[in-house]
Design a protein around this ligand. Structure first.
Ligand SMILES: [Mg+2]
Length: 463
């Protein structure tokens, strides 16, 4: 499987970059609903990089519907920095390329390294990593695992974080974990990495549906369940009671407020939910409020409740401060929110240095497919433990991917196919491209959604 490189990994000029606006009508079933986002249509900005050879790179970033066209536009603005480059030269000094992409002296003004432009950066960078893994004929996690420590660390831009972790320290961390790598790799292929489910706890689901799903996931071996909270305290208490009744007290329960509270409100609300013994409260307040999260963490510590956040943490600098300020007890990296694999790796090194477990954010479109590679790398090469760590799992949109995740007995089994598991099925792309795809045309005709081409709003032109 992981045999010799089949393709020559030199002289691969990037010929062109395509970007597509893909959206799925998940709001029709209340999938993904929480206290803040009540009608998500899980979407992605999907990038394909074509080289002059026959190897491609597919990457994406996740959004929840409206505004995906803005990320698509941002990718188009970044693409002149990518097209015409030699992929091999990019991979020879990836940190240098990453900095070029994020530091264009005009484009950086609309970031820097945050918001729409950084989501677009993630889609492009993820496509490049998929290309690299395809060139090496390895799944991305294996590409990372087999790299010399110096090479792996050379992909990271340490600007702004060297006060917490240096290149030399990162290399030393990897070298210190070399013993036992093979056994850990075997374990990931055979047993896999522990997962928890969010699928049973969407806020828009009926009680009966939540109960049914909890029982199903329990029967499938899941031992950790997350439910959405934050709209109504009595409703949260009722829901937690109901879930605890089904999953019992030996299994883990986590709660997620998706940023709805003020600081004091978060503390008071969580005191009212403490009896349900949640392992963590996720995103209790603004994702930018580092000191607020530190205050909440301190107040909830005596109750045995940790604070988890990171899915909307803009960049490595904010992660650094969250970690330094003891403002997160669980670090939830996201494969698309910050600048792709290179920047995510920097967060793993900082989390390791400061002793905070990483529990990746997943779900959405393709997030489970991507984060499994990163967390498996962390286990094999960096931390060597799954203690206090899990990968989020939801059962959505996997059917649109060529190489979907394989979760067995609540464990992500290490992917075998080359790449970053980011290739979408051509039929899905055609059907769900917004707004011209066949499925969207059908839904507009049925009146399920307004047709944006018939409204006075910005519409991405047909390709
Ligand atoms: Mg969340």
């Amino acid at each position: 499987m992981f045999g010799n490189t089949m393709y020559r990994d030199t002289g691969l000029k990037i010929r062109t970059l395509h970007v597509r606006d893909i959206r799925f009508p998940t709001s029709l079933g209340s999938h993904g609903s929480d206290a803040m986002h009540v009608d998500c249509n899980y979407s992605c900005t999907y990038v394909i990089i074509y080289t002059e050879g026959d190897v491609e790179g597919h990457g994406l970033t996740f959004t929840i519907g409206h505004g995906n066209e803005i990320v698509v536009a941002a990718v188009k603005s970044l693409s002149p920095l990518v097209v015409g480059q030699d992929a091999d030269q990019i991979f020879n000094d990836f940190a240098c390329f990453w900095r070029k992409l994020t530091s264009d002296s005009q484009l950086r003004w609309i970031g820097p390294e945050k918001g729409v432009i950084h989501l677009a950066t993630a889609a492009i960078i993820n496509a490049l990593w998929d290309l690299w893994a395809n060139l090496q004929q390895k799944p991305l996690w294996k590409l990372l695992v087999d790299m010399e420590p110096e090479k792996l660390v050379s992909t990271i831009d340490f600007r702004y974080i060297s006060d917490v972790v240096t290149k030399e320290e990162a290399v030393a961390m990897l070298k210190a974990m070399e013993t036992g790598k093979e056994e850990r790799e075997e374990q990931m292929k055979r047993v896999g990495y522990p997962a928890y489910t969010t699928q049973a706890g969407w806020l828009g689901y009926s009680n009966e549906h939540v109960k049914t799903l909890c029982s199903q996931y329990l029967a499938n071996g899941f031992t950790a369940f997350k439910v959405k909270v934050g709209q109504n305290l009595e409703d949260d208490r009722r829901r937690c009671t109901m879930v605890r009744k089904i999953i019992g007290w030996d299994n883990k329960l986590m709660v997620d407020a998706n940023q709805v509270w003020d600081i004091e409100q978060a503390i008071e609300w969580m005191k009212q939910l403490a009896e349900f013994k949640p392992l963590w409260i996720e995103e209790p307040t603004s994702p930018d409020d580092i000191l607020g999260h530190a205050t909440i963490s301190k107040a909830l510590k005596p109750l045995g409740i940790g604070v988890a956040t990171g899915e909307m943490c803009c960049n490595r600098v904010m992660f650094k401060q969250f970690l330094q300020a003891r403002a997160m007890q669980y670090c939830q990296i996201d494969s698309c929110r910050i600048g792709g694999v290179n920047e995510v790796l920097s967060v793993y090194f900082m989390a390791k240095k400061l002793g905070v477990p990483v529990c990746p954010h997943a779900g959405g479109v393709g997030l489970c497919e991507m984060v499994q590679h990163l967390q498996i790398f962390d286990y094999i090469c960096l931390t060597g433990t799954t203690e206090g760590r899990m990968i989020e799992y939801t059962n959505q949109q996997h059917e649109h991917f060529e190489n979907p995740i394989k979760v067995i007995h609540a464990h992500y089994i290490a992917p075998k196919m080359p790449g970053y598991s980011t290739v979408m099925k051509p039929d899905s792309v055609e059907a769900y491209e917004y707004p011209h795809g066949s499925k969207w045309q059908e839904m507009f005709a049925k009146g399920l959604f307004p047709d944006p081409t018939k409204q006075n709003v910005f519409v991405c032109p047909a390709k």
